[in-house]
Design a protein. Structure first.
Length: 98
């Protein structure tokens, strides 16, 4: 394969990773209503803001054309926030029958 094919492939991968990072960032902001829940630990709430700051920060573990580190941090924040929310929610809705 010549250099043009590799360049096109690299651009496609970079655009795909950028889109994935943008979608995850939108999902993190959509989950921010969980930050108002008093039952969620401060650690999980702080992780939300750390993930957002890291994603928009110019300082990265991996240079910005490759968004794998940003995606990983956003996934960690989402999973942690949703896990904390599930842990504090009752297992059954009030008034629900088994």
């Amino acid at each position: 394969m010549d250099g043009t094919v590799w360049l096109v492939l690299g651009v496609v991968v970079a655009v795909g990773l950028g889109i994935a990072a943008a979608v995850l960032l939108v999902r993190v902001f959509a989950a921010r209503r969980l930050l108002l829940d008093a039952g969620i630990p401060l650690r999980d709430k702080a992780l939300f803001w750390v993930a957002v700051a890291y994603t928009v920060s110019p300082v990265d573990l991996i240079p910005d054309p490759v968004y794998l580190d940003d995606i990983g941090v956003l996934l960690l924040a989402l999973r942690s926030l949703h896990a904390a929310a599930e842990a504090v929610r009752p297992t059954k809705e009030p008034g629900a029958t088994a």
